[in-house]
Design a protein around this ligand. Structure first.
Ligand code: ATP
Length: 224
């Protein structure tokens, strides 16, 4: 469970999020809102990539400010641009990178990496240079690299934005099938069908916190 207590965030003099009090426990949570409404900042607060200027973010009781490692073990993050996330020369090495401090043996790591590569359709690319993958494959690699660590929650910041329709569908289907809790920031409102809860951010505040259809209506009214 992720809890935000009186959270505000400022970049310099600029208030980007203010007065957020939320408990996030649902399995599928969407976050929508206009450009600049604070969605990415919100997403980054959830795993401590951004620390709140005021207030606290707690993940299973761990404060992102003081227990970053515990938090990141529980909350994985997938960026819009997967290239930002790929750090090792080959596909298999990149997936293994997330397990380097896991305490698992080399054999156990190899087994987990193989399973992750198979699950995300990358088995035949294990020894392929990671930077030569297509955009869609790179996003799958980024997902595999995060999910191999088995976080309880996956936060995705517009994971399909840079992908063509086919790859966007692939990533969407993959996300839909995950057993994990998913917090999805997106401008693609149709991705939120069937979600348990959708937050609409507007000028740094939660303007609506409701089911997908009502959230889309609230969002459209804000933009009207
Ligand atoms: N590192 C930063 N330093 C200064 N200002 C920032 C920084 N990151 C974001 N901002 C500003 O904070 C505001 C909210 O940005 P954020 O990226 O959280 O919004 P967003 O809703 O995700 O936008 P978009 O839909 O365009 O991705 C924007 O005005 C942005 O310019």
């Amino acid at each position: 469970m992720i809890e935000l207590r009186s959270v505000s965030h400022h970049y310099g003099p600029r208030t980007v999020l203010s007065g957020l009090d939320l408990e996030l426990s649902e399995r599928r949570i969407g976050v929508i809102g206009a450009n600049g409404s604070g969605k990415s900042t919100f997403a980054r607060l959830l795993n401590g990539l951004v620390l709140p200027t005021r207030g606290q973010v707690l993940v299973d009781g761990y404060d992102t400010r003081t227990a970053g490692r515990e938090v990141r073990r529980r909350v994985g993050f997938v960026f819009t641009d997967p290239d930002a996330q790929v750090v090792m020369p080959t596909v298999a090495e990149d997936v293994a990178f997330g397990l380097r401090r896991s305490g698992l043996s080399r054999a156990q790591i190899a087994e987990r990496v193989e399973a992750a590569l198979s699950a995300y359709g990358l088995a035949e690319y294990a020894d392929h240079p990671a930077h030569l993958l297509s955009g869609g494959q790179t996003q799958l690699l980024a997902l595999a690299g995060v999910l191999v660590t088995e976080p309880g929650t996956l936060v995705c910041d517009e994971p399909t934005t840079l992908l063509d329709l086919r790859n966007a569908r692939l990533v969407t289907e993959l996300l839909a099938a995950l057993p994990q809790r998913v917090v999805l920031v997106t401008h693609h409102l149709q991705l939120l069908d069937g979600f348990d809860r959708v937050l609409v951010l507007h000028e740094g505040r939660v303007a609506a916190d409701t089911d997908p259809a009502s959230a889309v209506t609230a969002y459209e009214e804000l933009l009207a």
